[in-house]
Design a protein around this ligand. Structure first.
Ligand SMILES: Nc1ncnc2c1ncn2[C@@H]1O[C@H](COP(=O)(O)OP(=O)(O)OP(=O)(O)O)[C@@H](O)[C@H]1O
Ligand SMILES: [Mg+2]
Length: 331
């Protein structure tokens, strides 16, 4: 097959800079690693910038429209999007419009996953446990009586722990909501702070999706609100990965079932990662699902895949093959 690996760089072109710029990037070496695996398994691969010139770049690579080998064309989508509040959806929507099959979730699934508030409403509706929550648009809303401090505040639609803060009073809460409005131009999602263990669970494939072994985040000596994956902890790598997570068999299965249920109820495809906290009484809660999962070689998704016995090459191939099988089934 001809496989275009799509990504975004700071050089990407748009007609106009508008809305919040994306701050989430894969390293170039991570993109190249995916392309190398695809090359080595016999595909003809090219890395392409997914910007305003995307369609013409694809036409150049795959061949002129209609006469081209579009049944032998595939995209591996690693583009987070360039700007705006629906950035994960832009590239899959363009591909859908152009008629190019791709690896990864649909624009609709990405839209819900990127919006933590909507995603939590779907989890609740599906009977999946998620910390109690409330959306603060103005900052002057009255706190729901069932929510009590400490609470955690985060932007409605961000990642990489941007803007996350644990608050212990109404005053701190107002301050955190104001900072999010100012820095991220969006509402703040308020959640019960779940003190306890943090684990995440990768999900791979589609029919049925397979849960990878849960991975535990070890915060070392940090406790309470220090034991969270803040932006700094992620950047400085001061927490470590333990995989498989130190859970008994029953909890391991429960986490895996919840991960697959979250993946299915948000209609994710091919690969995603679900983040959890488990409170001290042993109740698991889904924090969020990452539909644009980081699949690089030092990330938790690959760490879990390794525990499951997969090499990096096997993991990438499995994600790709899952997408291909899904597409062939639906032709
Ligand atoms: N309700 C909560 N209770 C306790 N800790 C939480 C809660 N929500 C978030 N956290 C902490 O903050 C971290 C980041 O939260 P979350 O996963 O919601 O944000 P994110 O910015 O989307 O992260 P990612 O980089 O995974 O995309 C979590 O990994 C966890 O350590
Ligand atoms: Mg997360």
């Amino acid at each position: 097959l001809k496989v275009a690996v799509l990504r975004n760089t700071t050089e990407a072109e748009v007609l106009n800079r508008f809305g919040r710029p994306n701050r989430e990037y894969y390293r170039e070496s991570d993109i190249e690693a995916v392309a190398e695996v695809l090359d080595s398994t016999g595909h003809q691969t090219e890395i392409i910038e997914a910007d305003v010139d995307l369609i013409s770049s694809l036409e150049r690579f795959f061949g002129p429209r209609r006469t081209a080998i579009y049944d032998q064309a595939m995209v591996f989508n690693l583009a987070y999007g360039l700007q705006g509040e629906s950035r994960y959806t832009h590239v899959p929507a363009m591909l859908e419009m152009a008629g190019i099959p791709y690896v990864g979730s649909s624009p609709g699934a990405h839209a819900v996953c990127l919006d933590k508030y909507l995603a939590k409403m779907v989890f609740e509706r599906a009977g999946l446990p998620t910390p109690g929550f409330q959306l603060f648009r103005a900052g002057s809303e009255k706190l729901r009586p069932e929510l009590s401090f400490p609470l955690i505040v985060k932007p409605q639609s961000e990642s990489t722990s941007f803007g996350i803060k644990v608050v212990r009073s109404a005053e701190q809460l107002r301050g955190a909501v104001a900072v999010i409005a100012e820095e991220f131009q969006q509402p703040a999602l308020l959640e019960e702070f779940i003190d306890g263990l943090e684990v995440n669970c990768g999900v791979l494939g589609n029919s049925p999706p397979e849960a990878l072994p849960p991975l535990e985040i070890d915060f070392g000596n940090a406790t309470g609100d220090q034991a969270i994956l803040s932006f700094e902890v992620k950047r400085d790598r001061t927490a470590s990965h333990v995989c498989p997570a130190r859970l008994d068999e029953k909890m391991t299965r429960r986490i895996q079932e919840l991960a697959v249920a979250a993946f299915q109820c948000l209609e994710c495809r091919d690969a995603a990662r679900v983040d959890f906290r488990i409170d001290r009484a042993g109740n698991p809660y889904i924090l969020e699902i990452n539909s644009m999962v980081a699949i690089h070689q030092d990330g938790s998704f690959f760490c879990a895949a390794k525990t499951r016995g997969l090499s990096y090459q096997q993991m990438i191939t499995k994600v790709f093959d899952a997408a291909r099988a899904r597409i062939m089934e639906n032709i």
